[in-house]
Ligand binder design. Sequence first.
Ligand code: BEZ
Length: 257
Amino acid sequence: MADSQPSQPSQQWDPACYAEKAGFVAELGAPVLALLDPRPHERILDLGCGDGALTQRLAALAAAVVAVDSSAEQIAAARARGLDARVVSGQALPFAAEFDAVFSNAALHWMQDADAVIAGIRRALKPGGRFVAEFGGGGNCARVQAALHQILAARGHDPVGLDPWYFPTAEEYRAKLESHGFDVRYIEIIDRPTPLPGDIGDWLDVFAGTFFDVLTSDERAAVRAEITDLLQPTLTDENGQWIADYVRLRLAARLPG
Ligand code: BEZ
């Protein structure tokens, strides 16, 4: 899920914390797995596999699955599930014409060099291979992102430089795919307000590490509380349930045969 390149802020992952507070990410991956429609003879690359929770379901449906992620900690968790999981940057995929499909759930928004990612996917696929993915699209978590930027800027930090996320529109991403030779069969932005298992502070602990890395531990607690107060009126329902403003970009594309 993480993807570290020298030019972009690097998110660190704690698999135990991820399993406790972000299990919903794999749970909500069912529709994109259905869109992939893996076949029993296929060899599939799972790009940005995280702790491998969804990869494990995919592996039960295909002949072979190679799972990659740039986080060594998440790859160790994926290997503990018995998966063929490797530490690889999604922005420097080393594969050549070996996969029937490349699959990715909730990972590509961590990879800001989208052209490098798509070029690597193209290289990794066999002729006629398909690319099926879902990740954060334009407007994803906009309220959370705006709150982070506002509060970090007020404390004298440059929030743009700390922001690791890439949330393209469907038009922008379609143009990129087509410029790399893909035939885009389906691409859609989907609003998906997402109930969180805990509060927004728990979400920040898992997903917003790069913004907090520049703060002292006292400041971290204060910023966590400020963001919670700022977002509570718009991101909780009448029962106090936190609902994050997720927007997905879901797509299926194919290379010429
Ligand atoms: C997402 O899955 O959409 C997401 C994850 C982390 C930060 C922002 C968005």
